[in-house]
Design a protein around this ligand. Sequence first.
Ligand code: NDP
Length: 417
Amino acid sequence: MTADFRHFYQKSWAERTAIVAEQAQLSTAETALFKQYYLPQHSEIIENYLTDYPLPMGLAVNFVVDDHPYIVPMVTEEPSVIAAASNGAKIVKRAGGFTTKLTKREMVGQIVLEQLADPAKTAEIIMAHQADLLVVADAAHPSLKKRGGGARRLRTRDLGQGYLSIDLFVDVQAAMGANMLNSMLEAVAKSVGVLTKTNALMSILSNYATASLVQATCELPVSLLQAGRYAGKLVAQKIASASTVAQIDPYRAATHNKGIMNGIDALAIATGNDWRALESGIHAYAARDGQYRGVSTWTTDGQTLTGTITLPLPVGIVGGSIKINALAQLNQRILGLQTAPELAKVMVALGLAQNLAALRALVTTGIQQGHMHLQLKSLALAAGATATELPIVLQQLEQAPQQDLATTQHLIKKLRQ
Ligand code: NDP
């Protein structure tokens, strides 16, 4: 029988879990998982809440950013990510740490007008009323101005085919600013409608946060890069070559950037930030000249390896679910964060550390060697190894000709005989 999901959102938590249990024919043990991870306050954050979904949280160490040491909380289910970040940061620490630069931190949102016969004329009217429209924007969220932020400027872009984008730039202070900006945009859109006798197609922030760019650099003596039988100078040259490949080949660039996002997303989740927003903005930025490229570059003169990364990182330390997420608060304390720009600076440095460790492994021993131990651990746990069995199974797996689930299950079975 199919369970009744009508008005599911109006049901109590107990009713919801019962309906799901009926629909999916869950056992008592399976249904108990809902209770195990249930946090009552989280039913206020999303709709149709059932339970929390746990992800591992750990700490990356060795970070020095702008002469300040940081312990970096990361939430990730992927083995080796935290080890790689700590490893990359350790190399950079030996060379004095990361240097970062953040010149501006504004969020941008757009009001899109359509079916314009003369977009240039409309744009002229808008810009002639810029000061008034900024006042309208601020009035829609006055507390922001009181905190020293608020609407800063307008820009118009003719998108072609009769579409015009009116871009509003806002200093959102310590928040990411999506909701605040959306309220301001909707208010401005009404005034724009009156001024230009048009109806806006939509008003929404843009995740392409080009006014929230943050850069990290590091300069490493090549001797620090030595890896096993590979001399540091050779490793530096190979990392620079890998960087070139990520600039010219989108297939490589996507993976290059995914490695960077391993770190960015993990810290974004740990601090209660919207990682989907960061993902979309960063990938759009990676394709800003029409070709998708690596967001970091590495160059060497034979003595030094220089790494640079620039990312749009509109992150917040307040707003969204941050205040009601105890672990996000705790992680801010672990980081010792004072401001949102500080979080962006640690985050961009983390991306570069992650990238350095990945490239160094890739161009020397290969990625699998470092990954394998943790991967095998995941495999053994997935196959049902207990804490006591784990070290023995791991040892045997490392010697096994095939390191797959069937082999692991076979090893566990033999161990239990
Ligand atoms: P909020 O809507 O929570 O607004 C920020 C809150 O923080 C306000 O209530 C503000 O108070 C408060 N605040 C306290 N101190 C400060 C300070 N120093 N500076 C700024 N604000 C402060 O969050 P955001 O506007 O940041 O929106 C983020 C959320 O929006 C995320 O959850 C995101 O997932 C979501 N979102 C994302 C979209 C996207 O990316 N495309 C689209 C829509 C939503 P006060 O009210 O007094 O000003």
